[in-house]
Design a protein around this ligand. Structure first.
Ligand code: DGP
Length: 116
């Protein structure tokens, strides 16, 4: 997978439409096309990184910024006090279907544990 045929790289580039709700120099966030909660946002780094397995020490700042974006979006969406869930799936057994890392931010309903 290269950035040219990566769905999320194409959304970041503006070539595929998405409901983008947050942009910074490092990350973009948009609403999930198949929401699993009243709020379901995907926070993606602008840099193409396929899976958690591909992260290096140099990506620590990038990953940290995904969580800072999640914090800001959760506050903006009114989720911060009640609570919300962040999830990043890695590879097939976890259900990863788009191979550009993304932090799911889910909220607006009660979450059960363990996840399916
Ligand atoms: P994962 O299964 O963790 O790789 O999550 C991929 C998510 O991406 C999944 O919840 C559905 C979402 N998704 C797939 N295609 C699109 C799309 O074209 N637009 C948007 N906004 N979300 C998409």
């Amino acid at each position: 997978m290269t950035t040219e045929d990566c769905l999320f790289c194409q959304i970041i580039a503006g070539d595929i439409p998405a409901d983008i709700i947050y942009e910074s120099d490092d990350a973009v966030a948009f609403r999930d096309i198949n929401p699993q909660a009243p709020t379901h946002v995907l926070i993606v780094p602008r840099q193409h990184i396929a899976t958690i397995n591909d992260l290096t020490d140099e990506d620590c700042d990038t990953v940290g910024k995904l969580f800072m974006a999640a914090q800001a979006i959760a506050k903006e969406e009114g989720l911060a006090d009640d609570g919300y869930r962040t999830v990043m799936n890695c590879n097939a057994a976890a259900g990863q279907s788009v191979f550009h890392i993304h932090l799911h931010l889910l909220g607006g309903r009660l979450m059960s544990w363990p996840p399916g």
